[in-house]
Design a protein around this ligand. Structure first.
Ligand SMILES: Cc1cc2nc3c(=O)[nH]c(=O)nc-3n(C[C@H](O)[C@H](O)[C@H](O)COP(=O)(O)O)c2cc1C
Ligand SMILES: C=C(O[C@@H]1CC(C(=O)O)=C[C@@H](OP(=O)(O)O)[C@H]1O)C(=O)O
Length: 331
């Protein structure tokens, strides 16, 4: 399955070391002003090689708009977006032709398909997320027209908070040939009431699926999340005052699978990057035990670059729900 959404449908294509990675969006409303320059800033936040906290793979990730836009406006036809891969250095990945990396998708992928592009993560590489970010940038543009705005931030890395301490923690892990995970918070404000369905199309379920669809994300919380399990109903309920306003937002902007109009608050847990340069035990394709010391270029922590990916995924879910909700509007 390479497609997300029913109304704002996004299909992604490409591998980390193939010629290009991109997305096709079907269902974007017509007559929206759109240019490559408006999509590029989100891709710039995601691209690798910008700082010592990230994979040193150098990519400019310049987006090309191939279709669906005429004279600066969307036409309502499929929008194809593409970024050409340029900094692959695939020869550095020869060791992965026969050996499975612990914690990465190598073995599971090969056992499913019987074939694997061993150059980098192939289709399982975090590089695929550039396609979702490009599509997400279009979704962000659509949402802005409805007054919906999304922002993400790093909450902690390896249990540490604060920008400088987080930086030190990532650099410490990197120097040790190791990696660290962390927690990202994403909030959507201005979201109208009524998005999401009560049973199968619950908005919270859609958000959870979208976030878990990002490689290395291992947990999702909405509103109070896991902490709700430690509270009493009197503490967790969002009471409603005489002005019809919620007094708190433990629900994270969603009740019964439907948006309440309050900020939608999401947190995701990101695991430590699987590809580390410490020596690890694994097997090769023949099942023979081998030691592996992973080469190639990897993020010492995925967290900094995943913030904008999570924003993009939330935008894709919300725009899809918003376009669905239009069907219910009485004209
Ligand atoms: C933005 C981003 C960057 C990533 N960078 C790396 C990386 O440099 N090296 C690596 O081994 N995994 C990286 N990952 C994680 C792997 O892609 C992921 O762990 C792998 O696909 C297996 O999926 P799973 O961890 O969800 O089981 C990255 C993921 C994302 C979203
Ligand atoms: C290239 C990117 O990130 C990559 C994500 C990734 C992985 O295994 O997920 C592994 C590394 O690349 P490769 O696939 O060449 O091994 C990272 O550099 C990118 O995000 O643009």
């Amino acid at each position: 399955m390479n497609t997300h959404g029913r109304n704002f449908r996004v299909t992604t294509f490409g591998e980390s070391h193939g010629p290009a990675v991109g997305a096709v969006i079907d269902g974007c409303p017509p007559r929206l002003s759109l240019s490559e320059a408006e999509i590029q800033p989100m891709l710039d936040r995601r691209r690798p090689g910008k700082s010592p906290l990230e994979s040193p793979r150098y990519e400019l990730d310049r987006v090309e708009l191939l279709s669906g836009v005429f004279e600066g406006q969307t036409t309502g036809t499929p929008i194809a977006l593409m970024v050409r891969n340029e900094g692959m250095q695939s020869k550095d990945y020869e060791q992965l032709r026969t050996v499975y990396r612990p914690g990465h998708a190598d073995r599971a992928y090969e056992e499913k398909y019987g074939i694997r592009d061993h150059r980098g993560g192939g289709r399982s590489s975090g590089r695929e997320t550039l396609a979702r970010v490009a599509a997400g940038a279009v979704a962000v543009k659509v949402l802005a027209g409805y007054g919906v705005h999304i922002a993400g931030e790093i909450l902690s890395v390896h249990g540490v908070t604060g920008e400088e301490k987080i930086r030190e923690e990532i650099l410490r892990a990197k120097a040790a040939g190791d990696s660290v995970g962390g927690i990202i918070g994403i909030t959507a404000i201005g979201c109208p009431k009524g998005l999401g369905d009560p049973i199968f199309g619950r908005l919270d379920a859609g958000i959870a699926a979208a976030m878990m669809g990002i490689g290395a994300v291992k947990g999702v919380e909405i509103g109070e999340g896991f902490n709700a399990a430690t509270l009493c109903g009197s503490e967790n309920n969002d009471q409603i005052d005489e002005n019809s306003c919620y007094r708190s937002n433990h629900a994270g902007g969603i009740l019964g699978g439907i948006s309440t109009g309050e900020p939608i608050t999401v947190r995701i847990a990101v695991k430590p990057t699987p590809s580390i340069s410490k020596v690890q035990q694994t097997i090769d394709r023949a099942g023979k035990p081998v030691e592996i010391q992973i080469q190639g270029r990897h993020d010492p922590s995925i967290v900094p670059r995943a913030v904008v990916v999570a924003e993009a995924m939330l935008a894709l879910v919300l725009v899809d729900a918003l376009l669905e909700q239009q069907k219910y509007l009485v004209r």
